[in-house]
Design a protein around this ligand. Structure first.
Ligand code: SF4
Length: 607
């Protein structure tokens, strides 16, 4: 049953109707598919439509003749109100049919503050929120994405999680489901077999026990499920599926361009960065494959902007050659090229000349800390000289604005490190004046609060208190030139994110209470309510600081200890100890740091 006629009668009364109307160029409708997958992005259309993982899995599932994948996003409050008053259940944008009729409802979990959005979408779909209350085989509610490396806080809501890269395991899962659907299997029969696919975690087959002090004492698997769930990785990203077409939106979205992933993983090992560890090992796509995928996408979508995506595109081994070759195509076709994730020490004159986006919008870099000492603690491996020389390249080319990202509350940070941020900004201003000789440099500093994340060397570290972070923010404001545009994140969101990131299964109750009290769209400043979250924690008798502000011992059973992302706990402990002495670890290209990643072709050590 399509909602087309009903939607036509009121969509013009909500903001941006094209978020909800479907029918975009490049969307795929397969009414006779045997297995239907609703791919849900738990945030707005503009954010979800910018997400590369969704585009990959959308193309992949639809590439199988009898499978279909349709897109679903979180409606904003004005649309939700209309839907509820008209009894319109959450629907997909391709068929405009309710997603509760689909076989799979798959969520991508990109950030912890989207968890209440997941509940809002299940609720709007008319489905019970808890996995144990959904007894039938269909629809199965599944989750993937980076947050699944610690899925425990949301374990009660999901039937299964896919941990790691989805290109291979998704099709294995759908194929297994097809078999069980035709055999009229029960949900449990399917889940038990699914739990034995590498990378699939079925939380209902695991029990968590706690010590009296509230820490986890153990996680026990049912004998039919593996004791450890191993992350899936795609060994050869050259031959992995990559879409040759994107759905092209009618309205403006956050990243509205063709994009090609050039590498996976990161050689760097910044000690706060979860992505840098969970996407290991480092794998590059061949230049020829990147160039073909870029040309196909630009031709098929009509986009005149192309982005080369990864965690650190400047680390691509043959970056200069790649840029030379790809700009032959982009110059000919009048396509604008952008490299969003650039390290300042990999920024050259040749790159600057080729990147019109940098020339137009100014430089954006993330030194993260104001002094070399603290950058060594976090293993950023970036000297003041490298920062200055990257800025000099840009200023010589005419750039007159720069935006820096720093973090407050990093382990071992002192007031000297905060003063170092102000000193660095002053040095950059002087450098600009010596090069440009006229006008003034526009400097923005964006300050986030350090959030310790699972599967990083800093997973053991506490997050600082609100009072201390506030004192450090004020200190920096007092030291910075008034003309510097300083922005900082709201402490409440960082606290809740930190609690959810390192939480255990008991937080499911808190997330549910927060949602029931009206929390939703929590990553949006205008919707986030710390008082509601705080009340939700209190109503469950749980203190968020137990998860966010407590240092973990090396012998503590971490809530994610049954998940194996391929990097050993010994390595994280060793790296944490090195951080205490501001000892750096070389990047994976300079020398293997011994993270013990069994899938890494550089792995020459046994730890
Ligand atoms: S095994 Fe060595 S080279 Fe490979 S990801 Fe780990 S530290 Fe880097």
């Amino acid at each position: 049953m399509s909602y087309r006629a009903e939607l036509d009668s009121f969509l013009t009364s909500v903001q941006k109707p094209s978020r909800y109307s479907g029918g975009e160029y490049g969307s795929i409708t397969k009414p006779n598919a045997d297995v239907r997958f609703a791919f849900c992005f738990p945030d707005t259309y503009e954010i979800g439509m910018s997400h590369l993982g969704m585009k990959i899995l959308y193309g992949l599932i639809n590439s199988v003749e009898n499978y279909s994948c349709e897109r679903v996003f979180l409606p904003l409050p004005d649309m939700e109100e209309q839907m509820r008053s008209r009894n319109i259940s959450l629907y997909s944008l391709e068929s405009l049919e309710p997603i509760n009729t689909f076989d799979f409802i798959g969520f991508t979990l990109q950030y912890e503050l989207s968890y209440t959005n997941v509940l809002a979408m299940l609720d709007l779909a008319g489905l019970p929120l808890l996995s144990c209350d959904r007894e039938n085989l269909t629809p199965l509610v599944i989750g993937g994405g980076p947050c699944t490396v610690n899925p425990e806080p949301i374990a009660d809501f999901f039937d299964l999680f896919v941990i790691g890269e989805g290109e291979e395991v998704t099709l294995e899962l759908l194929s297994l489901y097809e078999k069980h659907k035709s055999a009229n299997s029960t949900k449990k029969e399917f889940l038990v077999e699914a739990a034995n696919i590498t990378g699939v975690y079925v939380p209902s087959l695991y029990t968590v026990a706690y010590n009296e002090d509230g820490t986890v004492s153990g996680i026990t698997n049912e004998p039919i499920a593996p004791s450890t769930i191993t992350k899936r990785i795609v060994a050869d990203i050259d031959s992995a599926f990559y879409p040759s077409n994107f759905v092209v939106p009618f309205c403006e979205i956050v990243h509205d361009r063709a994009s090609v992933e050039v590498l996976r993983g990161c050689i760097r090992g910044c000690r706060f960065c979860q992505a840098g560890y969970i996407y290991r090992p480092y794998r590059e796509k061949s230049r020829g494959v990147i160039e073909r995928q870029a040309a196909d996408l630009c031709k098929n979508t009509g986009y005149a902007e192309l982005s080369l995506l990864s965690l650190s595109t400047g680390d691509y081994a043959e970056i200069e050659l790649l840029l030379r070759e790809i700009t032959e195509f982009t110059d000919n076709e009048r396509v604008n090229l952008s490299l969003p994730s650039l390290r300042i020490d990999r920024f050259s004159k040749e790159m600057y000349d080729k990147l019109r986006s940098v020339r137009q919008s100014g430089l954006t870099f993330a030194p993260e800390a104001g002094t070399k000492r603290l950058r060594d603690v976090i293993n950023k491996n970036l000297s003041d000289e490298e920062i200055m020389s990257g800025c000099a390249v840009a200023f010589s080319g005419g750039a007159n604005s720069v935006k820096f990202y720093f973090m407050l509350g990093l382990p071992t940070e002192t007031d000297d490190d905060i003063a170092g941020i102000a000193a660095l900004v002053q040095q950059i201003n002087s450098l600009y004046r010596s090069i440009a000789r006229k006008g003034s440099l526009k400097v923005s500093v964006s300050l986030s609060t350090f959030i310790p994340k699972p599967f990083t060397p800093f997973q053991y570290e506490p997050q600082l208190s609100r009072e201390e972070i506030s004192r450090r923010q004020q200190l920096l404001r007092s030291l910075l030139d008034r003309r510097v545009n300083l922005s900082y994140s709201e402490y409440g969101t960082s606290l809740i994110e930190a609690a959810l990131a390192r939480g255990d299964r008991r937080l499911g109750e808190v997330i549910l209470a927060a949602y029931r009290s009206g929390c939703k769209l929590d990553s949006w400043g205008e919707y986030f309510s710390f008082s509601k979250w705080n009340a939700a924690f209190q109503s469950c008798g749980i203190d968020p600081k137990f998860y966010a502000g407590r240092e973990r011992g090396y012998d503590e059973v971490l809530p994610w200890s049954h998940i194996d992302i391929g990097v050993s706990a010994e390595f994280f402990i060793r790296e944490r100890e090195r951080s205490r002495n501001a000892q750096t670890t070389p990047n994976c290209r300079e020398g293997c740091g011994g993270c013990n990643n069994s899938s890494c072709i550089n792995n020459k050590r046994t730890c």
